[in-house]
Design a protein around this ligand. Structure first.
Ligand code: DUC
Ligand code: ZN
Ligand code: ZN
Ligand code: ZN
Length: 486
């Protein structure tokens, strides 16, 4: 059974043109005019874009004494409803500390549930011989990215020496390190300071994680990556200080990538102040929302190319879970949702406002991500031979975002009440319609697949100024400095 997507305008990261797309099985087999297929998918007055890729989610993640409520099933169905056909979830080692067991555990949880395709990033939350040995195995099993938390002291945080060792290992095995950049030591101290001052509500979360702690960590991670001779990907860039570090590094020829979130691009710190406890606690995430000047910086970064992708960090906790932090903001589980809303909100606030072209929208929601994570053009492309992960995007369709109609299983939505323009008419995952705006397409848990991402080619290097630090070097000794008699 073939399918033809008919009458639309294909938008890729580099151009737009009117053409039909023919799909056989799971792949795109032809692009051209007047194509015929067994089934017709109407794309008139719509764009045909590569399915969104969300490079940053935490589904069912054990975290801060609880587990994220969004399941692999509800999260991937919400993704499909929002035009996202692949997500990359963070795999966290458990009690035994093994990366390979963590992958087994993520496979066990996700495989029977996922409705669209998935990949993993592996978290390095400790450093020892076993992790060193397991890292190449993780890459062989299709995970080419390793995440390091510079915050969450006493839990997930790694020290600089551990990060440096892991980054060097990444360089050896063709992997890309990721960092959550916040100075965890300073955050821990500020948290205690605000609690001691009697600031116990969600506003304390914002006060204790100022942009400076993110900027410091971003700069430090960049220098450590440079010393290790490896590229670097900084997740959830929320402020000018971190963006500035990335911009500067890139201008010096370092390969550093920055990922803002749709939440930081559109919601600001006033969400925490003079609001009722539940309203503010539901919006507690790390890094916290910033003031408007930081939003301007992030938008400018997307426009200039100093920031390359837009993600969600989807880590969805229920209101009840947020209440774990009653009387102590440091216990509010950190995380917000956005998996279903990312594309629509970015279209509305980015394309409708003229900040992004439709082609740039495709780049930052899909193509750049596929390239940076080394799965392009299997994903991230409308091209012959690519997986038929395609969205028929209706730029005129409108809705008001509401928890009452979302596919996410949590009981609120941080974008509640936002009017959006631009929605998926159809979402296809490997040739199968997994979402339709006009018909009820129920979730088909288990149809999604794990997509392995191969090691990066050796050309994917950091152009390091510091490489000499880790390379063997010829030592010159000045005979005048050798004491006589030696
Ligand atoms: N930040 C969050 O808000 N949630 C999950 C992990 C993180 O770093
Ligand atoms: Zn993080
Ligand atoms: Zn995260
Ligand atoms: Zn309560």
């Amino acid at each position: 059974m073939s399918k033809v997507i008919k009458g639309g305008t294909i938008v890729t990261a580099d151009r737009s043109w009117k053409a039909d797309v023919l799909i056989e099985g799971e792949k795109i087999v032809e692009i051209g005019e007047n194509l015929k297929g067994d089934e017709v998918i109407d794309a008139s007055d719509a764009y045909v874009i590569p399915g969104g890729i969300d490079p940053h989610t935490h589904l069912e993640m054990p975290f801060m004494g609880t587990t994220a409520a969004e399941t692999f099933e509800s999260g991937t169905y919400a993704a499909a409803a929002g035009g996202t056909t692949m997500l990359v979830d963070f795999c966290l080692p458990g009690e035994d500390g093994s990366l390979l067991s963590a992958m087994d555990e993520w496979d066990r949880k996700s495989a029977p549930q996922i409705c669209v395709d998935i990949g993993y990033h592996m978290a390095v939350t400790d450093w020892n011989e076993r992790i060193f040995e397991e890292m190449p195995e993780v890459v062989k099993r299709g995970v080419n990215t390793f995440k390091h938390f510079m915050a969450y002291k006493g839990a997930l945080m790694v020290q600089d020496d551990e990060m440096f060792a892991s980054f060097k290992r990444c360089a050896e095995i063709g992997a890309l390190p990721l960092v959550h950049a916040e100075n965890g030591d300073i955050v821990a101290e500020l948290q205690q300071k605000y609690l001691a001052m009697g600031v116990t509500g969600p506003e304390g979360h914002a006060y204790s994680r100022p942009p400076e702690v993110e900027g410091e960590a971003a700069n430090r991670a960049i220098m450590i990556a440079d010393a290790a001779g490896v590229p670097l990907y900084i997740v959830h860039v929320s402020c000018e200080q971190a963006h500035e570090a990335i911009r500067r590094a890139r201008q010096k020829g370092m390969r550093v990538y920055g990922e803002p979130l749709i939440q930081h691009l559109t919601l600001d710190e006033t969400e925490y102040f003079n609001k009722d406890w539940e309203y503010a606690a539901r919006r507690v995430m790390s890094p916290p929302f910033r003031d408007k000047s930081h939003q301007d910086s992030l938008w400018a970064g997307l426009m200039a190319g100093s920031l390359q992708v837009v993600a969600t960090d989807h880590a969805a906790f229920t209101t009840e879970q947020k209440h774990m932090g009653d009387g102590d903001f440091t216990r509010i589980p950190n995380g917000t949702g956005g998996l279903e809303e990312r594309l629509s909100v970015l279209w509305t606030r980015g394309v409708e406002t003229g900040r992004l072209t439709p082609e740039e929208f495709v780049a930052v929601t899909s193509t750049n991500i596929a390239k940076i994570l080394n799965i392009y053009p299997r994903k991230g492309a409308v091209a012959v031979g690519a997986d038929a992960d395609v969205v028929v995007w209706d730029p005129k369709a409108r809705k008001t975002i509401s928890a009452a109609t979302q596919k996410s299983i949590i009981d609120y939505n941080v974008f509640e009440g936002m009017e959006v323009t631009g929605l998926p008419r159809f979402t296809l995952s490997r040739g199968e319609v997994v979402w339709s705006a006009g018909q009820n397409v129920p979730p088909r848990p288990g149809r999604g697949r794990f997509v392995p991402r191969p090691a990066f080619p050796s050309a994917h290097k950091a152009l390091s100024k510091w490489k000499a630090l880790t390379a063997p070097r010829k030592i010159e000794r000045d005979p005048r400095n050798i004491p006589s008699g030696v």
